[in-house]
Structures are given as C-alpha cells and as structure tokens.
Design a protein around this ligand. Structure first.
Ligand SMILES: Cc1ncc(COP(=O)(O)O)c(C=O)c1O
Length: 493
C-alpha cells in the first residue's frame, strides 16, 4: 500500500471510530506534513482519496471537512400535501405565544429564527457607523427618507449586478428589515378578502401578514428539495383565482428548499401568464453551501411582476433592521406605502451598512459564515441521526440555518415544544408554519448557534422526548392528534 493510501485509511478509521466527527476539519496540509514527515503531495492525494470515497469534502479556501455519511442520516421528507382549500387565518395568537416563549436567553435557542449574533462582524459595523456619522453632512439626512440612502441602494444594486442581475438602484426601496418590505409589497398588490398562494409549510411571518391584511392563504404542496409544486400551483390558480403569490425560491424557511433555475423561470412564466404578482422573499439567498450564489426568480422577471425582498438581518447586521424591496411595476406604490407608514428606515443604520459595503470585506465575512453554518448543520444532522426515533425524517438543506424534522405521527410537536421548554430548550413546532394546522409532528431546528456541549445535549433531550412520545405507554394517553384537531383554526373556501 502506498504512503498516501495508508494515511487515507488511518483517517478513515478515525472517522469510523468517531474520533473525527461530522463537521470536523482535517489538519491543514502543512500540519499533516510536519506531523507525519510526508510530502504535501502525499497529504493531498490522501485527502483526494477520502473525498472520492465521500468521507470528506473540500471547502474552497478553507480546507477539508468530515462529511456525515449519507447512509447514516435519517431519510428526507417528501412533498407536503395541503388540502387545497383557501383558508381564513386565525393563527397569529398562537405564533406570538410560541415566539414569546423562546426569547429567554437561558434557553438553548433551537427555535430561534436568527443565527448567533456572534457570527456577525458587529465591531466592524460599529466602526463603519462611527465613520459614517463623523463624515455625514447633516443636510444629507433627507436623503435617507424613502426610497432610502442612495449609497446603500447603489451598493445593493452592485451586488446584484455582480451576481448577473440588473436591478436598477432607482427601483430599490430601503425598509425596516425584509418583513416590512414583504408586508408593503403584499399590501400593494392585494385587497382584503383576496387569496394569496403560499408554500406548505411557510414562514409564519407570511401567515401573520396575511391575517393582518384580512387575506386568505392558499397553501400549495412544496418539496423540501425543489420547492413549490408548479403543477399544483396551476391547479390552485384555476380553482381559486388567487391575487398574489408569496414564496421563497432559495433556502425556504422552514424547509430549506432551493428551486432549480429552470423551475424558477417556469414559476415566473406561469404567474406572468395569469398576471399574478410574485412576492419573493430572499432573506437567505447569501447563505448557500454550493459553489456559487443561486439567482432569485427576480432574474427571470421581464414584466415587472416580481416584487423581490431581502435584508441584511440574517447575513450581516441583525438588529439594524435594514431590508429592501425591488418591486418592479409596483415600485412607486411600495415607495408611497413606505412614505405614508414609517417614512424611512434608520438613517445611521443605512449609512453604516453602506460604509461597511464600500470598505470591502463583506464577501470574506459571508464565506466564513457559510462555512460555519455548513459545519454546524452537519454536526446537528449527525446528532439527530443518533438521538431521534426511527421514522424521523430530516431535510438536507443546501443553505440557510434550519433543519426541518418530520417525526413519527405519535409525536405532538406542540406538546414536545412545551416539554422541551420546561427543560430549557426552544423548538419551532410545525403547526406555526401552516394556515390549516398541518405539520402537527414536525419541528424546525436552528443550527445557526455554536455547536457545543449544551446544543449537543439539547438534541439528545429532544430525541428522548420524541422517543417517549412514541412509546406504547405514551400512546395510551389521550390522543395527541385529537387535541391537535381541536386546535385547528377555522377554514373557509
Ligand atoms: C423567511 C423570512 N423572511 C423574512 C424574515 C424577516 O426578515 P427581517 O428580520 O429582515 O425583517 C425572516 C425572519 O425571521 C424570515 O425567516
């Protein structure tokens, strides 16, 4: 056996015995050379061999990381199957109750919607804010009113341009986070009583926005890998004549699905044929694990029907509340709604982010963030594979920072959420992602926090709770499913 094969076998044995675990970084080529007294080409060949065997993956400009063996992971969930009806919403209270309960800092935040704030360049942003405030001509503050700081809008447009998308800076309206952008866009294209197509499951913020505006949700089947089902969408359009569609084409929350490019194009064409505006939520677009940033559906929009929304909240500056909308033919309406509601986003926050982007370094930060998230995802997926009961299904996200788990039907996700909270762990239970009370046995878990002993133990506890719920004794108790039925919100067609 050659030297490199011996080295590769040794590393493979360390992986098999658990000394090296999913997400661990292999020693750098230089360290491996000096530790073993071999040449760089021997180490490289050993690492290539391990990569070819699927045991490790190369992370450009970073190194080699241990993979979770695909066969050791639970299977993936299939496409969802909503009932195809248009649903009036009464879900906001439940969502508030659950979100309130996960805010406690002492709780392990697996139910949180944000990655750890420690992953962001907050000191550099603070310096950028100071530099901006020092240089600012007080008369410039008027520039920050809607549509927003021109330097920031230019920087955002430039980033799209580099990604191959022409979004004129003049079309971009700066908002208080993506949530305001999405709400303004929804308001710009609907009237109370209209139906709006959403994914099943969907981001609970979308359901709350629909409820607030007196709109009905039309849930469309969605696949955890490829996103919303276009044939089902066409059938829903024929049947219910929805006024708009709100969805995520990339790293959907909670499923993590990424629509392939040709499906994004087909989606835009389908909606254009029916003159239906698409509100595209792209807050996780920068958090891809593949080789390049995928393009949003907005890239295929030739008729100005895509209202594209995003923000810096998940990838750079949580708490700054800076987002934007590029609303195509609705741009002026959105800008006026912004002016007549909250006037503008914070001037200093807009200026700080513009300054930071102009200084450079954002892409370096994003590279590190994506690497960290991917490693943490592998660790969590591996831990779930060991802790959860048979029958559990888990998504394989290609970006973002959530895993979606579908547990055996005996598990009541709302009950599990309460039990977990009493043990100091938050989870996001499946029903908050559904207008019609579906996903009663599903959970969304956040892997955007450092993988440490506390998180590892939290996964073990969740696994135990889920196993207990599946045990014969637990199944003798009054049915979890009955109590879930009783909590279903009202429905109308
Ligand atoms: C899918 C999705 N869209 C939008 C938002 C809101 O983004 P922002 O914090 O920028 O308002 C969130 C935050 O949780 C989200 O998960």
């Amino acid at each position: 056996m050659s030297l490199y094969e011996t080295l590769a076998d040794e590393i493979a044995r360390s992986i098999a015995s658990g000394v090296l675990r999913a997400g661990d970084k292999l020693p750098s080529v230089r360290d491996a050379c000096s530790a073993r007294g071999v040449s760089p080409s021997t180490v490289f060949q050993a690492y290539y061999l391990l990569e070819a065997r699927g045991l490790v993956r190369a992370q450009p400009r970073s190194g080699y990381y241990v993979n979770v063996p695909a066969e050791s992971l639970p299977p993936e969930p299939g496409a969802s199957c909503p009932d195809g009806e248009s649903t009036e919403l009464a879900i906001s209270e439940r969502i508030f109750d659950i979100l309130d309960s996960v805010r406690n800092r002492d709780v392990t935040p697996l139910g949180s919607a944000f990655p750890s704030p420690l992953l962001f360049p907050l000191p550099r942003l603070a310096q950028a804010m100071a530099a901006h405030l020092k240089r600012q001509d007080p008369r410039d503050t008027v520039d920050d009113l809607a549509p927003g700081n021109p330097r920031l809008r230019r920087q955002i447009a430039l980033r799209y341009l580099i990604g191959g998308i022409n979004l004129p800076a003049s079309d971009i309206v700066i908002t208080n986070g993506a949530l305001e952008a999405l709400n303004l866009c929804l308001q710009a294209v609907t009237q109370p009583g209209d139906s709006v197509m959403v994914e099943a499951p969907t981001f609970y913020g979308a359901l709350q926005a629909l409820e607030r505006l007196g709109l009905k949700a039309l849930e469309v089947p969605t696949h955890p890998r490829t996103g919303i089902d276009l044939a089902a969408m066409e059938a829903a359009i024929e049947r219910h004549a929805p006024r708009a569609c709100w969805l995520m084409t990339q790293f959907q929350n909670p499923l993590g699905s990424l629509m392939p490019d040709d499906r994004k194009r087909q989606l835009v064409e389908l909606l254009a044929r029916h003159d239906i505006p698409l509100i595209e939520d792209d807050v996780y677009g920068e958090l891809y694990f593949g080789p390049a940033r995928p393009v949003p559906a907005k890239a295929y929009d030739t008729r100005g029907l895509v209202l594209h929304c995003s923000s810096f909240s998940k990838c750079l500056a949580p708490g700054y509340r800076i987002g934007w909308a590029s609303a195509g033919r609705y741009a002026q309406r959105v800008q006026r709604l912004k002016l007549s509601s909250t006037l503008s986003a914070s001037g200093p926050a807009q200026g700080a982010i513009a300054e930071y982007l102009e200084q450079g370094g954002y892409d370096r930060h994003l590279r590190r963030l994506r690497e960290t998230l991917q490693t943490q995802q592998e660790r969590m997926a591996d831990a779930i594979a060991h802790a959860f009961p048979a029958g559990t299904r888990v998504t394989r996200q290609q970006g973002g920072f959530f895993l979606w788990l579908e547990l055996p039907a005996a598990v009541d996700a709302l009950a599990l959420h309460r039990q977990a909270l009493s043990r100091g762990i938050s989870v996001a239970p499946g029903p908050i992602f559904s207008a019609s009370g579906q996903f009663g046995s599903a959970l969304r878990l956040n892997y955007g926090h450092p993988w440490d002993a506390r998180t590892e133990s939290a996964i073990r506890v969740l696994g135990e709770l889920a196993r207990e719920a599946c045990s014969p004794a637990a199944r003798m108790r009054p049915s979890a499913n009955v109590s879930r039925e009783a909590r279903r919100p009202p429905r109308s067609s």
